[in-house]
Design a protein around this ligand. Structure first.
Ligand SMILES: [Zn+2]
Length: 776
């Protein structure tokens, strides 16, 4: 019995030890008193921080409780995720500052206005603290509760001075959907007894993992494209406040220590001023001092770069702000064995909170310098613009007003002023007409971002990249653009343009013959699917033709969609009604055609119009599939084109009835779960008319299973005489990699895959070194 009791006591204590992470005193500076009216996270949750992975709802409950109990904090929702989770920003400052917050914000914005002249004293600095853009990097968001507690509850002259002289913006969770996936995953794998093995399933997140958002997109690559609501809301908040310091808290592999910027000095973005690097390094001295104090190891100026401005720590750098990347070793569970011993989540939380404190202290010491730096940044931007041989960028696609509107919308979200171009002019074989083109003069406060948007950089100080090396945004839109050395060709009014999404119309009105729809329009697939869903017959032109429209010859290119007005299941009046409604809903313009014979090219009854089927789409997902690629495809169909896509696990394909689908998509991936029998089944389905779309590596899978053909170039042999030492081996592998670059490619515009592209040249963004050979 005694033995049994001892055993029981052992089990109980093991369980207690396991669950317990650390009491609140472990995390907090020990030289301060705290306001007892503010609940600590321990009191609020009746568990210690790190004991369980907090859910997003819990984080919000706590933040609301802090705000309710404190006169130093307010909370504002700024967006909703796809899964309808609120994204929130907390603002901490002194009660006196809160009373005139809007006034202080407006004063602060003058530091980024080159025409304003403000002194640096008696104006608060703005510090933005941002946690967990990657959902599974849990120590970041879990540490934000300590930030909130500290800022609301700490007492004494130091915190009073901070709150008087700073406005602190706290975004506790930048990716609530990914964070929710991860907290569920981490908690559902917690054992009652101690389990630290790195082999545990808790570290093997089910596909597609928890890093990304709802559409499996890496939100830390969305600060420029602003595709997703999380980033749109966040960048709007950035410009609402234009902070002086912007932190971005992450996690890296479990066997690391802690990283803070500056990163590799030779890999700074050249548009970011040298002073930025100097201040980042000055602030880094505070991180190192604070981390030394708690005995945590760290590194800097290695591995990570500050180059791609679409990341959270680099976007601020080209706005006169100091962006700082933090990377804590990620344990992804409550406790884990690592190269640095057994580590707890609480240890990661403590490090993240410690660098929050060091950032706040540095901000106080460098306040006047950082405000001055911000002011100078915008003044110098105007000076640089004056000396820049490029005076403006012109852009516009006369065939796609929807794309133009999307592009103008993106520029305005980044506070770049864009104007309607009111004078036709041609250069470099491109024509920019009034009504469909725009001009962006470079002489404006957002000069630096404009350069980053439009510039084509082809030489680099250091050609090794952690990430992509180029991102010329007009290429991503396939948008015709040029840079201009003078503004004499431009004519534009004083008011910046707003995005104008075209109203859909039927040019020529009701028809008894047919309607045409140009495929170049951005949302044309949305309109086509709606037409097909209404049960109308649709065809696509495989040859060009032209009509007179408004007495002018108009060429309809490959891929133009034909909807006959007669011979449908509806009479011509109802066909007109359906097309009119779809034009209005989608903003797509149609042409009502009154005769079947054309000016030039095929007639409307030609067999060169091929009949189209309504897409019934199946997309494979799961192990071996690139989640980012699959998510991008899903997002495009779902959000942009409103076409349903059935996503299925690749292992389930063997038992799927493929006759329900006419299109199967294999996103980039290796497909280890597709058996020979499944490949055979897919091959038969293709032979019977099914359309199989394979992306990147998936083409290799298809070719190796004799479905379609593809041949890849052999990898170049490495030079065996090259002199390299062990320490420099990363450099050699880096030299043979393509992190992400843009290539100028030729397309066959008559091929159905390229329908909608009017130019035979296209910019292709490429990662990786796999290159296909032309098939003979
Ligand atoms: Zn991260």
């Amino acid at each position: 019995m005694r033995l049994f009791t001892n055993f029981l006591i052992f089990i109980l204590s093991a369980t207690l030890n396991l669950k317990a992470q650390e009491p609140i005193e472990y995390f907090l500076p020990d030289d301060l008193e705290y306001n007892s009216q503010i609940p600590t996270p321990d009191q609020f949750f009746k568990q210690q921080l790190g004991e369980w992975h907090l859910t997003h709802d819990q984080v919000l409950y706590y933040m609301n409780a802090v705000v309710a109990a404190s006169d130093r904090a307010i909370l504002r929702e700024y967006a909703r995720t796809y899964e309808n989770r609120p994204l929130v920003q907390l603002i901490f400052t002194s009660p006196e500052n809160h009373k005139k917050l809007e006034e202080l914000r407006k004063i602060h914005l003058k530091f980024s206005d080159p025409d304003e002249d403000l002194s640096y004293t008696d104006v608060p600095i703005v510090i933005s603290l941002n946690y967990g853009v990657h959902g599974n990097e849990s120590s970041a968001t879990n540490s934000s509760l300590l930030t909130a507690y500290y800022l609301a509850a700490a007492k004494g002259p130091k915190i009073d001075n901070l709150l008087k002289n700073a406005i602190i913006l706290v975004d506790p969770c930048l990716n609530p959907d990914g964070f929710s996936r991860h907290s569920t995953w981490a908690n559902m794998h917690q054992s009652a007894v101690k389990m630290t093995s790195s082999d545990s399933r808790q570290y093997q997140e089910a596909w597609p993992g928890c890093r990304s958002n709802h559409y499996w997109f890496d939100l830390n690559r969305d600060y420029l494209p602003l595709v997703h609501p999380e980033s749109q809301g966040r960048v709007a908040k950035f410009h609402e406040w234009k902070p002086n310091i912007y932190t971005d808290h992450h996690e890296m592999g479990p066997d690391n220590t802690f990283f803070f910027q500056p990163g590799v000095p030779t890999r700074n973005n050249p548009l970011s001023p040298t002073e930025n690097f100097i201040y980042t390094k000055k602030i880094a001295e505070y991180h190192s001092r604070f981390l030394d104090r708690i005995g945590s190891l760290y590194f800097a100026e290695e591995q990570y770069d500050d180059y791609f401005v679409g990341k959270g720590s680099t976007y601020p750098d080209i706005h006169g702000c100091i962006g700082i990347l933090f990377e804590q070793a990620g344990f992804r569970g409550r406790i884990r064995e690592t190269a640095n011993g057994v580590k707890k989540l609480s240890f990661g939380i403590k490090n993240q909170f410690t660098v929050t404190l060091s950032t706040l202290e540095a901000a106080m010491d460098l306040k006047d310098d950082l405000l001055k730096f911000q002011k100078n940044f915008y003044r110098e931007a105007i000076e640089k613009a004056k000396n820049d041989p490029v005076k403006a960028y012109f852009f516009g696609d006369e065939h796609d007003m929807q794309k133009n509107a999307l592009f103008v919308q993106l520029l305005t979200k980044h506070h770049i002023k864009v104007y309607k171009n009111e004078k036709e002019f041609s250069a470099e074989g491109k024509t920019f007409k009034p009504g469909s083109s725009y001009v962006v003069p470079v002489k404006q406060p957002q000069y630096t971002l404009i350069k980053s948007f439009f510039e084509e950089i082809t030489t680099f100080t250091d050609s090794l990249f952690y990430d992509i090396s180029t991102w010329t945004i007009p290429y991503a839109f396939n948008m015709p653009f040029i840079k201009s050395g003078s503004l004499k060709n431009a004519q534009f009014s004083g008011n910046p343009a707003e995005p104008e999404f075209p109203r859909g119309k039927i040019i020529g009105g009701k028809s008894n013959i047919a309607y045409l729809l140009r495929w170049e329009q951005h949302f044309a697939p949305d309109a086509l699917y709606r037409i097909q869903n209404a049960g109308l017959i649709t065809k696509a032109a495989t040859k060009k033709f032209s009509f007179k429209v408004d007495n002018k010859k108009e060429v309809f290119p490959y891929g133009t969609i034909l909807i006959p007005a007669s011979g449908q299941n509806y009479d011509v009046d109802n066909v007109f009604r359906i097309i009119s409604e779809i034009a209005e809903t989608t903003g797509i313009s149609f042409y009502g055609i009154e005769a079947g014979f054309t000016e030039e090219g095929i007639y409307l009854g030609s067999n060169s119009f091929i009949a189209l089927q309504k897409p019934e789409v199946l997309m494979l997902a799961g192990r071996g599939v690139d989640g980012n690629d699959a998510g991008e495809i899903w997002h495009m169909f779902d959000q942009r084109f409103h076409i349903p896509v059935c996503i299925t696990e690749s292992y389930a394909l063997g038992s799927t009835d493929l006759n329900k689908y006419n299109t199967v998509i294999l996103p980039d991936g290796s497909y280890p779960e597709l058996t020979k029998a499944t490949a055979e089944k897919l091959k038969k389905w293709v032979e019977n008319g099914g359309v199989l779309i394979t992306v990147k590596e998936a083409a290799l899978w298809a070719a190796s299973n004799n479905i379609g053909r593809v041949k890849y170039k052999e990898s170049a042999k490495q030079d065996s005489l090259i002199q390299a030492n062990y320490a420099g081996r990363n450099k050699i592998s880096g030299l043979n990699a393509i992190g992400g670059a843009i290539f100028n490619a030729e397309i066959d515009a008559s091929h159905p895959l390229c329908f909608g592209y009017t130019n035979s040249k296209i910019a292709i963004f490429k990662r990786g070194t796999r290159v296909a050979e032309p098939l003979t």
